[in-house]
Design a protein around this ligand. Sequence first.
Ligand SMILES: [Zn+2]
Length: 106
Amino acid sequence: MADFEKPSNTEEEYFAREEIEKKRRLALKQAEELAKAEKKKLKELHHMHCPKCGMKMQAVKKGPIEVDSCFHCGGIFLDKGELEALVKNKREAHPVMEAILNWVKK
Ligand SMILES: [Zn+2]
């Protein structure tokens, strides 16, 4: 045990424990802030970039949804719920999917 953790009386012990707890909370807060900053940096770096080739994707609106399309490798990215929205109406789904496939075709 380190000297600062060896209090001579109860009051000192209390303050020593408080001090350690304060430092532990500060370290936790710093870790949270660092994680938040990392997350923000990652989003800035990767937002609207193709997960396959890394090139910038383009948002293309068709029917009820907006798909992110990569005109470099032909990849298509659907946001949460967009695939469900697309297949919900099967009559609409086929032409929309066909149109999407035609855009990114080389
Ligand atoms: Zn791509």
